[in-house]
Ligand binder design. Structure first.
Ligand code: SF4
Length: 225
């Protein structure tokens, strides 16, 4: 009963906000997860970043401010994928910053996770498309191999595409988000789910409940896989 109440309060705080929790105190997390690969993984990912960060394989390389490789735990079992860097990400060189990033952090907290601890975050393409337009197929073709290599190095148990564009780009199917959600797909041998982009949760609070259902599934899957 106590555990259920704690989980409920945590969910409410993460999804709807709660002054009670808005302190600077670091969020308590559950037991640290066991290491599944050796620590050299981090150095290997960094070396890979260094080897591709000057890429000019497509025209976006000339207009970017920063190459946005990805961030997180090199031993992550959960790999989150967005479509492409936006304005803030381009400026800071990190995926999912700004308001959408904070929303993502809240949802992760609700499932006992945080970026950098069991979670890795990247985008399908590494440079910002002008005016945040959707990535072009030609850009995806050039850039997706970098994501595939990141996934191959990290070997997550689950990939989660954040938003319709990320989902359709990875799955090569141009269908509405509702047709991709609530199904386990395959991405080069790794299970993949599709859910809402955190920015969509900020735009429309009606998406929070179905998003929470998705993230509960993700939490339970990772606990049991
Ligand atoms: S978007 Fe990808 S392929 Fe294009 S320049 Fe940037 S890193 Fe290279």
């Amino acid at each position: 009963m106590k555990g259920a109440l704690h989980q409920y309060l945590k969910q409410q705080k993460a999804l709807y906000g709660n002054e009670l929790y808005l302190s600077n105190k670091p969020a308590p997390l559950s037991e640290p997860k066991p290491e599944k690969k050796d620590l050299l993984a981090n150095g290997k990912l960094d070396a890979y970043n260094q080897s591709i960060c000057t890429c000019l394989e497509c025209p976006l390389g000339k207009t970017r401010t920063n190459f946005v490789f990805g961030v997180g735990d090199p031993n992550a079992d959960l790999f989150l994928v967005g479509e492409a860097p936006g304005e803030q990400e381009d400026l800071k060189g990190e995926p999912f910053v700004g308001r959408a990033g904070k929303m993502l952090d809240k949802v992760l907290y609700a499932i006992d996770r945080k970026r950098g601890d069991g979670v890795y975050i990247a985008n399908v393409i590494k440079c910002r498309p002008p005016n945040n337009r959707d990535p072009l197929p030609s850009e995806v073709k050039k850039c997706e191999p970098y994501l595939i290599e990141q996934i191959s190095q990290i070997q997550p148990k689950l990939i989660v595409a954040l938003g319709r564009v990320a989902g359709k780009t990875l799955l090569k199917m141009d269908v509405p988000l509702k047709e991709m959600r609530d199904k386990t797909h395959d991405y080069n041998g790794t299970p993949l789910r599709v859910t809402f982009h955190p920015a969509a949760l900020l735009r429309n609070s009606n998406f929070k409940k179905p998003a929470w259902i998705d993230f509960q599934w993700i939490r339970d899957y990772l606990q049991n896989v």
